[in-house]
Design a protein around this ligand. Structure first.
Ligand SMILES: [Zn+2]
Length: 82
């Protein structure tokens, strides 16, 4: 007998989000213009992309953000403080 994993909770929250919209809160700052956000209800993660749009935080986007973040931090450290 094959047991199915319960995903009742997931579908309920996604119904809630598709009805009322996601409740994103900032989870990680990448650069001054790019941040990652996480939905407080269903846990879906999104990110700003360089073009200014909001995209789902896929593995690819996460990788891009990690590179951007590293670059941004280095740039911050190099900038002399006045
Ligand atoms: Zn959501």
């Amino acid at each position: 007998m094959k047991s199915t994993s319960p995903n009742q909770n997931f579908s309920l929250t996604s119904i809630f989000c598709s009805t009322f919209g996601h409740r994103y809160e900032k989870s990680k700052k990448i650069t001054n213009h790019i941040s990652e956000y996480k939905c407080k209800t269903c846990g879906q993660e999104v990110t700003n992309v360089v073009s200014g749009r909001i995209e789902i935080l896929t593995f690819k986007n996460r990788k891009i953000n990690a590179c951007l973040s590293e670059f941004f931090q280095k740039k911050l450290q190099q900038t002399p403080t006045h």
